[in-house]
Structures are given as structure tokens and as C-alpha cells.
Design a protein around this ligand. Structure first.
Ligand code: PLP
Length: 358
């Protein structure tokens, strides 16, 4: 089955084999070496210096990383502004609410673009905002939010930027050079092509040191995880097979030329899918220039429900992804992330044509 949903992804044969690594006790040197290697590799994706940055590994899904980032890095005296233009922005507000973080949300509506003027106004209106949280690639619609411009704005206002990069880390440019960007949360099984179960936050060491004390969570206490991991240790049982797979996936990424080559690869596959579907009368939901290379949304054709399209494609070996909430009636989503070949894309377009002509 070819998975065109935005994670979990089809694994390469090499990453799948890595899942079968040896049984390991996480109190032994072999695990310490695995963990250390992974943390180095994660910083290596964007060439970050280990003196300034820490890659903190977690066992959990991407949401665990986002929740750990928000709850650990916004101090009790802090005030968080969340930008919402999709499901994942809204989820960050839910996390803030669940943990009693002092926060506000700028609710922009789902397909909406983030206008810098509006954000600047919101920052100005609240005055004491210390942290801004944004989703880099809003997977709800495929929209790529303007991270660079937001980082500049935060920098000029002295606000720390926290980024949900769950569906962009490894395949889009991230402005780590900006002093405002203090942390990015991400996961193994989206653009990095690892297996589900490992997630991580890449954070500035300075932000980890001044985060939330006492912690709001035991399991998601990023500073504690960071300290343990710096000491080549871990407090809780890690998802070791997912760690093995991530190590292999990161080697694969680096050998293939790193994140910018992955972006080129996704862009090429996405363009081919878009051109093929366009020729069959399918239209994108967003202007393609506003979309990430990682996922595109398409309008459902007249007279076909999502379930009909999904089921027909699944019979032919492809899993697409529905819209969320009200968008379920309107669109479907396709992501080229994972071990997808050119042949898979050609076969996908044939499957679409086959369904259209029935
Ligand atoms: C997938 C995704 C998440 C959450 O991922 P889970 O692994 O399902 O917890 C968070 N944010 C974005 C932008 C995502 O695409």
C-alpha cells in the first residue's frame, strides 16, 4: 500500500530492517551510544552547533513533542500568543488551556494566511507577550506559514518563537539563525522518513535552562530529558525500535543530500502529481505558491465524496487523506513524504484516471 497521508510514511527497506535491531537495555552503553548518535544527527539536519542547541528525544508522537515544548519553555511568568490557521494551531491552544498556561489565541480561520500586520498588532495589544507559537507547515490545508518573517517580527519585539515543525522538519527551510527562534518540535515519521514512536524538540540550550520551573509535567519535562540525555542517560523506557529506525532514516537523509535535496524531491513529486491531476480536471485548494512542498490539498470533484474517492484509490493500492472538520466535504490531501518512487506517482495518476473514466 502506498501511503500518501502526511505520516506515518512508507519506510524504505533499509529503515524497515533497522527496526529489527538487537534487543537492548536502555541502561547499557549501547543505548547511550544510540541516543547520542541520534541527537547529533538531528542537530546535523540543519547544521546546528551542539554548544547552543540541544536535540531532546522523546518517545511519543509529534503532539508529545509540541506539548513538551509549550509546557516546558513558557515559564509561569510567561504569556503565550498562539497563531491559529488550522487544526494544529488550535491544538496548541488546547495544550495551553489544558496546562493552564497564560495564553491568548489569534484565530485566523482555517485557510487564512498569516498577515504580519495582524500579528504585530496582537503582540502590541497584549504588550506582555513573551512567546509566540506557530505551526510552520499547517498540514490542515498544506499552507506554509511565513516563518522567516515571523521570526524577524519576534526578534524586533523581543518575543521568543516556538515552532510546531512536525510536518516540515527535514524538508523545508527553518530559520534557526534567528535569535527569536528558540525551539522546534518535530517527529520521526513525517519528513524524516522514520517509524512512528520517536519525537523530539530542537531547542536553544539557553531556553531550556530558563524554562518552566517547577515543571508542569513529569513525562514531558523537556529540561529534565535534556539534562538526562546530556548525561548519556534516560529517565524512562525509550521506544528503541523507533530510535533505530530514525538513526537509519537520518543517515539516509544525509546521504541523499540533506533537507534541501528532500525539499527538491518533494517539490518534483508534488509538481508531477499536480500537473497530472490538473490535466484530469482536479483543482488545488490553495494557490500552489502558498502551499508547502510536503502536502497539497485538492478540491473533491463534483459528484464524488471523499469516501468514494478514498475507497476507489485504496482498492488500487493508494491511501489518500481526508480534509479535517468541515473540510472533509470539500477536499482531499496528498503528501509525497516517505519512500515514494516516480513509478508510484505514475501509477497513482493512472489510478485517478481509471476512477474518472468509470
Ligand atoms: C502530524 C502533525 C502533528 C501531530 O502529529 P502526531 O504525530 O499525530 O501527534 C502536529 N502538528 C503538525 C503540523 C502535524 O502535521
Amino acid at each position: 500500500m502506498i501511503l500518501l497521508n502526511p505520516g506515518p510514511v512508507n519506510l524504505s527497506a533499509r529503515v524497515r530492517r533497522a527496526l529489527e535491531g538487537p534487543d537492548l537495555c536502555h541502561r547499557e552503553e549501547e543505548f547511550a551510544a544510540l541516543q547520542e548518535k541520534l541527537r547529533d544527527q538531528l542537530l546535523g539536519v540543519y547544521e546546528l552547533a551542539a554548544g547552543d542547541w540541544s536535540a531532546v528525544l522523546l518517545t511519543g508522537s509529534g503532539t508529545a513533542a509540541v506539548e513538551a515544548m509549550l509546557t516546558s519553555l513558557v515559564p509561569r511568568s510567561g504569556h503565550l500568543l498562539v497563531l491559529e490557521n488550522g487544526v494544529y494551531g488550535e491544538r496548541m491552544t488546547r495544550i495551553a488551556r489544558a496546562h493552564g498556561l497564560r495564553h491568548r489565541a489569534l484565530q485566523l480561520g482555517w485557510p487564512a494566511a498569516i498577515e504580519l500586520g495582524g500579528v504585530d498588532q496582537a503582540l502590541g495589544a497584549a504588550r506582555d507577550i513573551t512567546h509566540l507559537a506557530v505551526v510552520h507547515h499547517e498540514t490542515t490545508t498544506g499552507r506554509l506559514n511565513p516563518l522567516g518573517a515571523l521570526a524577524e517580527l519576534c526578534s524586533s519585539r523581543g518575543v521568543d518563537l516556538l515552532v510546531d515543525a512536525v510536518s516540515s522538519f527535514g524538508a523545508e527551510a527553518i530559520d534557526f539563525a534567528s535569535d527569536a527562534l528558540v525551539a522546534c518540535a518535530a517527529t520521526a515519521n513525517k519528513c524524516l522518513h522514520g517509524a512512528p514512536g520517536a519525537a523530539f524538540v530542537v531547542a536553544r540550550r539557553s531556553a531550556l535552562a530558563t524554562g518552566c520551573d517547577p515543571p508542569r509535567s513529569v513525562y514531558l519535562d523537556l529540561a529534565a530529558h535534556g539534562r538526562d540525555q546530556d548525561a548519556r542517560s534516560t529517565a524512562f523506557t525509550p521506544g528503541i525500535p523507533a530510535f533505530y529506525a530514525l538513526r537509519e532514516a537520518l543517515s539516509e537523509l544525509s546521504e541523499a543530500g540533506g533537507w534541501s535535496e528532500r525539499r527538491s524531491r518533494y517539490r518534483a513529486l508534488s509538481q508531477r502529481i499536480r500537473a497530472g491531476l490538473d490535466a484530469q480536471g482536479y483543482r488545488t485548494y490553495l494557490d500552489p505558491r502558498e502551499s508547502s512542498v510536503v502536502l497539497q490539498s485538492y478540491l473533491l470533484p463534483d459528484g464524488m465524496t471523499y469516501d468514494q474517492l478514498h475507497d476507489e484509490l485504496k482498492k488500487r493500492g493508494f491511501v489518500i487523506y481526508s480534509g479535517q472538520g468541515a473540510l472533509r466535504e470539500e477536499l482531499f490531501r496528498i503528501s509525497p513524504m516517505g519512500a515514494i518512487t516516480d513509478r508510484d506517482v505514475a501509477a497513482l495518476l493512472t489510478a485517478f484516471a481509471d476512477i474518472r473514466s468509470r
